[in-house]
Design a protein around this ligand. Structure first.
Ligand code: SAM
Length: 286
């Protein structure tokens, strides 16, 4: 598999027995940053695509699904989130969606790789849509694990928008990191994490859920299908000591109606349904 190459295509070989290929109509950028290989290319279906170490991170075409579900679900379930922390998120898409919430007064975004932020601003402006210029955003260039260990915290929502558990992202999938993240939450705070595609990365989800169950009274995951994260629905880890997951649909609808959100994927019904787990995913829960 390691020698699989097709001219004019980016081949993502994230898994031992599965790969996906995206046609490159134009390569806009290809270089090594201090931490990883960063590429931006254009694809006829998905628009501009960002890869790190040849793994798709985000695309102009389908990023709305991932970013809306990792922001609106915890923020609307919380109901009064003022302080939000994003770990990773260098393309700016997560900050874009968080900052749409009028209740949010302050966002701390901790990205390890300044190169991702700079190149995303230049080559993927549709991702951040000006979020980096919002006065409520404090961008910290640092390892998210180290930051969360040292911060005073007090975050109502922590969103882990990381790469997969290889390279610099590995540390963000450890029990130690999750423990520090829990300590950095305010009372009733919610931790959400990108946890890969369970059909192909089941062990990753099981490991995170084992750690969450030891830390939180409510530990589970919810799902959304993002076309370029191949292999079926993607899992988002959910950990909290509050009853935020049980918010009634009518209350969620009211919070949504009171917000200025006009999402393309998120609806209150989708929010509630996303926590329904198919049998094969439920089996991965420890
Ligand atoms: N949505 C993508 C996915 O599911 O694969 C990931 C998005 S991308 C914005 C993830 C970001 O996490 C990258 O910019 C990467 O540099 C950053 N990152 C990786 N390890 C990190 C760490 N230890 N601390 C902070 N940021 C990290």
């Amino acid at each position: 598999m390691s020698d699989l190459k097709v001219d004019g295509w980016t081949v993502e070989k994230l898994h031992d027995h599965h790969a996906q290929a995206l046609r490159e109509s134009r390569v806009l950028y290809d270089s090594e940053t201090e931490h990883q290989r960063l590429r931006v290319f254009e694809n006829g279906t998905f628009g501009r695509v960002l890869t790190l170490d040849d793994v798709v991170q985000t695309t102009e075409g389908d990023n709305f699904i991932y970013h809306e579900m990792l922001t609106h679900v915890p923020i609307l379930a919380h109901g009064a989130a003022k302080r939000v922390c994003i770990i990773g998120g260098g393309d700016g898409g997560m900050a874009r969606e968080v900052l749409k919430h009028a209740s949010v007064e302050h966002v701390t975004m901790v990205e390890i790789d300044a190169g991702v932020v700079e190149f995303s601003k230049e080559y993927l402006p549709k991702l951040s849509q000006g979020a980096f210029d919002d006065a409520r955003l404090n961008l910290v260039i640092a390892d998210g694990a180290q930051f969360i260990r040292e911060t005073e915290g007090g975050f109502d929502v922590i969103i882990v928008d990381s790469t997969d558990p290889v390279g610099p992202g590995e540390v963000l999938f450890t029990d130690t990191f999750y423990g520090h993240a829990k300590r950095a939450l305010s009372e009733g705070g919610i931790l959400v994490t990108q946890n890969g595609v369970p059909f192909l990365q089941g062990e990753e989800l099981t490991n995170t859920m084992r750690a969450f169950k030891a830390l939180f009274s409510d530990a589970t995951c919810y799902l959304a299908t993002v076309p370029t994260y191949a292999g079926g629905p993607m899992a988002f880890g959910w950990g909290t000591d509050s009853a935020a997951r049980d918010v009634a649909l009518s209350e969620l609808q009211q919070r949504f109606d009171n917000s200025a959100l006009a999402p393309e994927y998120y609806t209150p019904e989708v929010h509630k349904a996303a926590f329904a787990l198919p049998g094969y995913v439920a089996k991965l829960m420890p």
